[in-house]
Design a binder for this molecule. Structure first.
Ligand code: GLY
Ligand code: MN
Ligand code: MN
Length: 436
């Protein structure tokens, strides 16, 4: 668990980057699934990153003066409510929340419209994330208008609205040791789930039966949820990049592609493994698989501080495209095939993304128009793939083979740490585990 003092430190750090102004960061709303049933609540990643507070109906305000010492950290949250707590469970209420989560002040969320205009008066700037939620946008504009209405009494209206995500995304891009510890545990639980899937899968089962093993493994270790909808894709389904129906029967002789990771205390793991349903790769499957594995190895080998974001993708592409040419699927030189983008018939996504509180985590991939150099503490996925759909110019023995191999990687001072290395991925490791 990340301690309260770290959340306070993050708020101070954000305020120091804002200088003078008011930051407003709301919690996510609860969302209806069907009539009066809600989806399981998931906090907003920005709000949680700054508060550690996971109740809905809350809002964070930071009032930052012109010096670092001049900072008010204010939480608005739901009141204690004996009746509602009988139905829905514990809520902190402002007094306990202030103590537990380290705020200077805490108020009832019902006082927002009364207090916010006072906090905004005479402040030079508002920092918020306009466009994220239309209801909050409308309320914010209302509060600013309330200040403007007081102009004749001398109140000064904030003159600027800044996008707070520009500051927060940079902070979230570099993970602290505490965050990495949570991510390592999320990775550990998720690699265990992939091992269990390999040990369970066999012809005649349905994809959802294997999905159930993954979900059971996540939950029994305390992960709150899958970090995204698991993909359990046998045979041709592996060539559908976002396949989530998971309702087909598994056939001997097919590959099974599983892209699944848990979310633990807000942090995502994101792992893909591909293996034969019957435990033994056919010669063609083995060729395809080992090409993707080599591409992934090439990509991971360049992950270190200073490497540009695009370098792992370029490294993977060189290996894959040479393989496509060797297999007779593309023609000409590697550079020519990359230039013409002919390879996109078989590899149409990129080789990774930032990973953190969001599975596709925040943070720009370019800075001032150039690919961003990797830094210690950044976390990313490395996930090349190769997808062979039936097509006139693809020999039939390749049809419906889809392979992706995805690991989670943390950049270290000297290179990188593969957080998900415990999930088997060589042909020998996979076949051995499946035979046990
Ligand atoms: N599971 C989503 C992704 O691999 O990006
Ligand atoms: Mn991914
Ligand atoms: Mn994935």
């Amino acid at each position: 668990m990340i301690p309260t003092k770290s959340f306070i430190e993050r708020r101070r750090h954000l305020a120091s980057k804002m200088r003078h102004g008011v930051a407003i960061i709301p919690a996510s709303p609860e969302r209806v699934r069907s009539r009066d049933s809600h989806y399981p609540y998931r906090f907003d990643s920005y709000f949680y990153y700054l508060t550690g507070f996971s109740e809905p109906g809350a809002l964070l305000v930071l009032v930052a003066g012109s010096t670092e010492a001049d900072l008010e950290q204010i939480l608005f949250c739901r009141d204690k409510d004996r009746e509602r707590e009988i139905w829905d469970g514990f809520r902190h209420g402002p007094d306990a929340a202030r103590e537990v989560f380290g705020f200077d002040e805490a108020y009832s969320i019902s006082q927002l419209d009364e207090i916010l205009p006072k906090l905004l008066a005479d402040q030079p700037a508002v920092y918020c994330s306009l466009g994220q939620d239309k209801d909050w946008d409308t309320r914010l504009i209302g509060w600013v208008d309330r200040v403007r209405e007081q102009a004749r009494s001398g109140a000064v209206t904030p003159a600027a609205i800044h996008d707070i995500r520009l500051l927060l995304d940079e902070m979230r891009l570099i993970k602290s040791e505490e965050e990495l510890q949570v991510m390592r545990r999320a990775a550990e639980i998720s690699t265990g789930a992939h091992c269990r899937a390999m040990q369970t899968a066999r012809a005649g089962l349905h994809e959802y039966e294997v999905e159930a093993e993954l979900l059971h493994e996540f939950r029994r270790h305390g992960a709150q949820a899958p970090a995204y909808n698991p993909i359990v894709a046998g045979g041709a389904n592996a060539c559908v990049l976002h396949y989530i129906e998971n309702n087909s029967e598994l056939n001997s002789g097919d590959l099974l592609l599983i892209d699944a990771g848990c979310e633990l205390d807000g942090y995502a793991a994101d792992i893909t493994r591909t293996f034969p349903v019957n435990g033994k790769f056919s010669p063609v499957q083995k060729d395809i698989y080992q090409l993707v594995l080599a591409a992934q190895g090439a990509a991971i080998s360049v992950v270190r501080p200073g490497t540009l974001w695009n370098a792992p993708h370029d490294a993977a592409l060189q290996v894959l495209v040479q393989g496509f040419i060797d297999l007779g699927l593309c023609h000409g030189s590697v550079d020519g095939v990359i230039q013409s983008e002919d390879y996109k018939r078989f590899y149409m996504h990129r080789t990774g993304h930032w990973l953190g509180l969001d599975v596709h985590d925040v943070g720009g991939y370019k800075v001032d128009g150039h690919w961003r150099p990797l830094q210690t503490g950044m976390t990313l996925t490395v996930e090349p793939g190769f997808y062979l759909r039936p097509a006139d110019n693809v020999p039939e023995h390749f049809w419906n083979i889809g392979v992706r191999i995805e690991d989670d990687v943390a950049v270290t001072d000297t290179g990188c740490d593969v957080l998900t290395a415990a999930a088997p991925k060589t042909v020998a490791q996979i076949e051995q585990l499946m035979q046990q």
